[in-house]
Design a protein around this ligand. Structure first.
Ligand SMILES: Cc1cc2nc3c(=O)[nH]c(=O)nc-3n(C[C@H](O)[C@H](O)[C@H](O)COP(=O)(O)OP(=O)(O)OC[C@H]3O[C@@H](n4cnc5c(N)ncnc54)[C@H](O)[C@@H]3O)c2cc1C
Length: 222
């Protein structure tokens, strides 16, 4: 089946192309191997901001104790934070699928690979697009450093059942900002001591590695 546009991915980049094209009357198919919605809303910006927000509140309260705040210092309850995160992340894939359908966009769940210049194979189906946009995001990259076997990705970190007592942060600012506040109540270890202290968790977001800009990632074929 040939469509005007195939979009590989369903995150921010994919949606910024898929919706306007559908509105313009193009036939659009979106393919994602993960639940619909992409990194930002499911395992990036949005869940991170919740954790940061809560931990900043505790941090501010602690730092202002005796300077105008006198009530007992609140403590963070990690499992509650993760549960809270799930309340607004879990519905995202279904609501994205619904929005795609409402916009007349066909959304396919599955891993796509190119079988031709503008042809993609997803499961048993071959899709042919007059235009193909690759909005496939980025994935965690291996670092090739000693101790790598202890790495946890930012995706896994944002779903930990319990917060480890000690945490080492490695990686890009997105992950650090999602977890740096954690260090305010955990025994956090700077990366420089990686060799001398065995970390319980190394939270590593390596999305920055070899990550092209959204513009250069979009490849249109005609
Ligand atoms: C922890 C964390 C916090 C972040 N915080 C922020 C923030 O505060 N502010 C900010 O601006 N950015 C933030 N980012 C970055 C932001 O999330 C990403 O830049 C953005 O989500 C990328 O969007 P995208 O549409 O390019 O890719 P993605 O949203 O990653 O979507 C790509 C999709 O393509 C799918 N895919 C890949 N290959 C295939 C294939 N072959 N077949 C089918 N599907 C495929 C993937 O499964 C994925 O769902 C954060 C990232 C992380 C990890």
């Amino acid at each position: 089946m040939t469509v005007d546009l195939i979009v590989l991915g369903s995150g921010e980049a994919a949606q910024s192309v898929a919706y306007p094209c559908a509105e313009a009357g193009w036939s659009v198919t979106v393919v994602d191997s993960d639940p619909f919605g992409g990194t930002c809303s499911l395992r990036g910006c949005d869940p991170k901001k919740v954790l940061v927000g809560v931990s900043e509140l505790v941090d501010w309260t602690r730092r202002m104790e005796g300077k105008g705040i006198s009530s007992s210092v609140p403590t963070l309850v990690w499992p509650d934070m993760i549960r809270f995160k799930h309340t607004f992340v879990d519905g995202v894939p279904a609501s994205n699928e619904e929005s795609f359908t409402e916009a007349g966009i066909r959304a396919i769940q599955g891993r796509a690979h190119f079988v031709g210049l503008a042809s993609l194979r997803v499961g048993d189906e071959t899709l042919v697009g007059r235009n193909v946009v690759i909005a496939a995001g980025a994935r965690h990259a291996p670092l090739g450093i000693p101790g790598e076997e202890y790495l946890t990705t930012s995706t896994e970190f944002l779903d930990l059942k319990q917060l480890p007592r000690r945490v080492v942060f490695v990686g890009a600012p997105q992950c650090r900002s999602s977890t740096a506040a954690t260090g305010r109540w955990s025994d956090s270890t700077p990366i420089s001591s990686l060799n001398s202290s065995r970390p319980h968790v190394i939270s590593a977001s390596m999305y920055a590695c070899a990550r092209p800009s959204p513009r250069s990632r979009s490849a249109a074929t005609n």
